[in-house]
Design a protein around this ligand. Structure first.
Ligand SMILES: C[S@@+](CC[C@H](N)C(=O)[O-])C[C@H]1O[C@@H](n2cnc3c(N)ncnc32)[C@H](O)[C@@H]1O
Length: 210
């Protein structure tokens, strides 16, 4: 068996392993209480992600080599800069040209915008302020995306069930064949204290956490 297949097999086994699941849930709960996901930066900008997720995302981006990444929910810009820097590196291989990241956020704060704009990776970034599910906003996104051939979508904005379903309806259409729409929500249901069982009913709490 080659190494890639071996890793695949191990990952599947790991996903079914009750011991690691139990330890991980415990660890994640405590890490959430300590605001672990807020403690990292990418090229100087705060990113609200677990490094494990960043590595997985990097693997996807390298595999797909998209010329457009659309992200809903940009916060302080760390994830935008992360994706833009990966596109910059991939472009060095000559495999993609003029690849861009399009970020959408309901509230792009002045100080964050200032820092994002002066970052060397800003050359690959475009921004739209507004709710990702607002018609005018997504029409702008559709228009912008027309000139791109390989599109990935990352949904990381408002994590209520209702909003994510609406986003999926709008944004999944833009994902090109064999590419991915990643919803940064896997942990939501595992944190009753943070998000509640019914994510719809806990809107305010979810927003406060993010
Ligand atoms: C979890 S943070 C994003 C973290 C960022 N992706 C990162 O990795 O650093 C969520 C962001 O979603 C934004 N947001 C909340 N509701 C939104 C909506 N309806 N449309 C677009 N953005 C929204 C918030 O303003 C916040 O900046």
């Amino acid at each position: 068996m080659n190494f890639k297949d071996e890793v695949k097999k191990e990952i599947l086994a790991q996903g079914k392993d009750k011991k690691i699941l139990k330890i991980t849930k415990k660890w994640m709960e405590r890490a959430q209480e300590l605001r672990y996901s807020y403690h990292f930066e990418w090229m100087g900008r705060p990113i609200i992600q677990h490094p494990q997720d960043m590595i997985a995302t990097q693997q996807l981006i390298w595999d797909i080599k998209p010329d457009l990444i659309i992200e809903t929910g940009i916060a302080r810009g760390g994830s935008l800069i992360f994706y833009a820097s990966l596109l910059e590196l991939i472009s060095q291989s000559g495999k993609i040209k003029n690849a861009k990241v399009l970020g959408i956020d309901i509230d792009i704060r002045k100080e964050n915008l200032k820092e994002i704009k002066k970052h060397p990776m800003y050359k690959r970034i475009n921004l739209i302020e507004g709710s990702s599910t607002n018609k005018e906003v997504y029409e702008k996104v559709y228009k912008f995306s027309k000139k791109f051939k390989k599109i990935m979508v990352f949904l990381d904005s408002n994590h209520t069930e209702e909003h994510v379903i609406n986003e999926l309806e709008i944004y999944a259409k833009l994902v090109t064949k064999n590419s991915y729409c990643v919803v940064f929500d896997t942990l939501i249901d595992d944190f009753p204290l943070v998000c509640g069982k019914n994510r719809l009913g806990e809107k305010t709490i979810i927003q406060k956490v993010h």
